[in-house]
Design a protein around this ligand. Sequence first.
Ligand code: BTN
Length: 327
Amino acid sequence: MRQKILQLLRDNSSGYFSGEEMARMLGVSRTAIWKNIQSLLLDGYHIESSPRLGYRLVRVPDLLYPAEILKGLKTKIIASGPELIYHFLQVDSTNTSLKKLADQGAADGTVVIAEEQTAGRGRLGRSWFSPAGKSITLSILLRPSLAPGNTPLFTLMTAAAIVRGIKNILPDISVGIKWPNDLMINKRKVSGILTELKAEADLLHYLIIGIGININSEEKDFPPELRNIATSLFLENNKTKISRQQLLCEILQELDDAYRRYFLENPAFIIKEWKKFDITLGRKITVKTIKDTFIGTAVDLAADGSLILEEVGGKKRQFQAGEVTLV
Ligand code: BTN
């Protein structure tokens, strides 16, 4: 009912829609209309009401409600229907929530979106900071049938899809990917990806791809220790606000396109796509692994997405995981 009311108000955005007329068109009582309008107001929809004229939709909140997201999506797998989108105002971590849903059998393409995380997780055991309502924090469940060894490619695919999504909205922004999946603007991190999986030795049960993007955060929103290393699209876009709804739709669309392409084409396209936005290869870098730190030049990616480093003296090493610093 809420969606139908919203649709009527949207279609008539220039003027008022009388409660009586709406009730007649939807075959419900005027009280039912009033109750639904109250619930929309509580969710942040700005609807003006006049006793004589009726209701008018003034502004839709920039919250990532499934109904708002679905309006802008033509995806075929990821978030392709209302039953595949879970939206929460607050969760501990979207990856953790989605894992519970995945263990209960949630379908390929299910997404969990949160306005705020109280215990967001980053790579290598770190935490992920994101202020309420100013970021995108989302996790995507994928159930491709493949061997667990292929999963790093999905993280690279996601990083490239996020860059594409951002560039669809902000074509001039110079966002690049630091291997494997840190999105950087002007040497500061704007987005990160945490991929987790459930697998047996040879069989992948599912993949959870967690995405965090700093969108409309201002400097003061970041804790002091992050101010020099993190940034947001707002800060890099002349302090102009960005619609989180629009950006989320662009990213989901790009990722859905890439995910479907993966089943049709040689997966080499992922590395090719990733390289278009790469800022790592050809650079002098350090790679920190759990055991050691290595220094050299990033020379290429292997077919499975691992990074090839050439040390002084020509010795080559390959890394499947690690923290890269551009020197
Ligand atoms: C990193 O760069 O360290 C990865 C950050 C990933 C953060 C996202 S936010 C949504 C999802 N839920 C989490 O708890 N983490 C990921």
